[in-house]
Design a protein around this ligand. Structure first.
Ligand SMILES: Nc1ncnc2c1ncn2[C@@H]1O[C@H](COP(=O)(O)OP(=O)(O)O)[C@@H](O)[C@H]1O
Ligand SMILES: [Mg+2]
Length: 359
């Protein structure tokens, strides 16, 4: 089922101040896709997810899931499964057992009791919660409650999953399991999934499209691979040694490295971006190199030839790909600098005439 969002905005008033939690967001998500939603705290991710699940009304704009308007809240809730990891614990009945909670929600979604029970049992098993099924929800740890919430959203096998930090509090093993399971839902059942998470590998490995929002606006919309390369250029990580120079008259730590930088420039068309002595006695260096003139692989082979010709030794030469987390942080830093520069520029425009009047 597809998701269509048309010019959605949401304003909140907080201590008399207006906040644009969502600012004219438009977006189309194709049926069967797995989309990641990223953004810093307060970006508007939860607001967007809540609007799509009919928990919040937009200030203006429209959204449709499988062509059904989000104003038709009963119909939407029938087809959508949702998790709100941050506040989710509150949406379970604390004085009921895990199984009673899940059976209640499962049958509410229209499943027969035996079908609901079978699915719940196998999901509880999968997440190692079998022995907790009769425990009261209030006795569970945060991670366990989070698992129950995820299970609750999956039991009806919904065609659309809107997951807002669903694995918050999961341990490493359960995180991996959740990843596998979500992947399976997407691939086997064609479930359309919109996933918000600060667990970057989750987004990186599962999604084929990444939407980044900041201050209520979409600021990036592309494949995670494309995003990573856009923000941080890939470079080469090299550890190598050069043979010692024959004369003691030279400053050993300086001269070979300067020659090396020039050689890299001349014969591999690349720039050494960092260089440090790893083992001074044995002339071992650790270097990062940015390809400029030639593609990555060709740069690597040119540098290899260069070092071997100089009778050096290579301990490691490999492309370094930035992680999604590194790229995300770099992007936010860049965005901040840009908006700071913009507001500085604006200030100049305002202050300039005032200064003139002063004179
Ligand atoms: N119920 C609310 N009342 C007032 N402000 C809110 C409310 N919910 C969210 N906000 C504000 O809207 C903005 C977006 O919040 P949210 O969607 O929760 O961001 P995210 O999930 O990306 O961290 C924030 O500035 C937040 O403080
Ligand atoms: Mg949130």
């Amino acid at each position: 089922m597809s998701i269509e969002i048309e010019s959605l905005s949401k304003q909140f008033t907080k201590k008399g101040k207006e906040i644009n939690a969502l600012d004219n967001v438009s977006l189309k998500i194709k049926e069967g896709s797995f989309v990641g939603l990223l953004g810093p705290n307060g970006a508007g991710k939860t607001t967007l997810t809540k609007i799509l699940t009919t928990l919040l009304l937009p200030s203006c704009g429209e959204a449709y899931i499988d062509g059904i308007s989000i104003k038709e809240d009963k119909k939407i809730r029938q087809i959508v499964g949702a998790v709100f990891g941050e506040t989710g614990g509150r949406s379970l009945y604390y004085r009921l057992s895990v199984l009673d909670n899940l059976m209640f929600y499962g049958t509410l979604s229209g499943l027969s009791k035996p079908v609901a029970k079978k699915r719940i049992q196998s999901l509880l098993n999968y997440f190692d919660l079998e022995e907790k099924k009769n425990a009261l929800v209030m006795k569970l740890s945060t991670g366990m409650k989070a698992k129950v919430l995820l299970i609750r959203s999956l039991v009806p096998f919904p065609k659309v999953l809107l997951l807002d930090e669903p694995t918050l509090g999961f341990d490493a093993e359960s995180s991996e399991k959740a990843k596998d399971l979500l992947n399976e839902f997407n691939r086997e059942f064609g479930t359309t999934i919109l996933l918000t998470s600060h667990n970057f590998p989750e987004i990186d490995e599962l999604t084929s499209r990444l939407i980044l929002i900041d201050s209520g606006k979409i600021v990036q919309d592309c494949a995670p691979e494309v995003f990573k390369q856009k923000v941080i250029q890939e470079y080469i990580h090299l550890i190598f040694s050069l043979p010692p120079l024959p004369s003691d008259g030279f400053k050993m730590s300086q001269l070979p490295t300067e020659i090396f930088k020039k050689l890299v420039r001349d014969s591999a068309g690349a720039e050494v971006t960092s260089l440090k002595e790893k083992d001074g006695l044995n002339f071992v260096y650790e270097v990062t190199i940015q390809p400029i003139k030639y593609p990555l692989n060709e740069t690597i082979s040119r540098i290899t030839v260069l070092i071997l010709r100089a009778s050096g030794e290579i301990y490691k030469i490999a492309p370094y790909m930035p992680s999604l987390k590194e790229s995300f942080l770099a992007f936010l830093a860049m965005n901040k600098t840009n908006s700071a520069l913009e507001s500085e520029a604006k200030e100049e425009i305002f202050t300039f005439p005032m200064q003139e009047e002063d004179v």
